[in-house]
Design a protein around this ligand. Sequence first.
Ligand code: THU
Length: 133
Amino acid sequence: MDKKELISKAIEARNLSYSPYSHFAVGAAVLTKDGKVFQGANIENSAYPLCMCAERNALYNAMMHGYSKKDFVMLALSADTDGPCSPCGACRQVISELFPKDAPILMTNLKGALQETTISELLPFAFSEDDLK
Ligand code: THU
């Protein structure tokens, strides 16, 4: 699966977004080494802090199918933003724990914008499990 196909899967995942409060649908897709794709969309709640982002749902979806950090090769996210959609701070923290530090993260929008980055770039100096030792 190439980058373009993974971006399509992220955009497709937006269709499953439950976002009646923000009306802002986000989709994400994570690719594994063995070629599987796990999708996620944002799922909101009337108790707003309980809203869950697309990126976290995609990673949690993959983990619930037995995959983990060592298996992940690429993550894409997309929303109807002017520029490439950027992961929120909470997702950056979760990605930094569950996703390889130098694997590509494809930030995109519906108009074809694409910015490729890594979690090392998005969250330098991250708090991690090492800090708990
Ligand atoms: N959202 C995501 O799903 N991912 C992000 O990286 C940014 C924000 C969701 C959370 C909420 O449901 C809606 O977008 C508006 O913030």
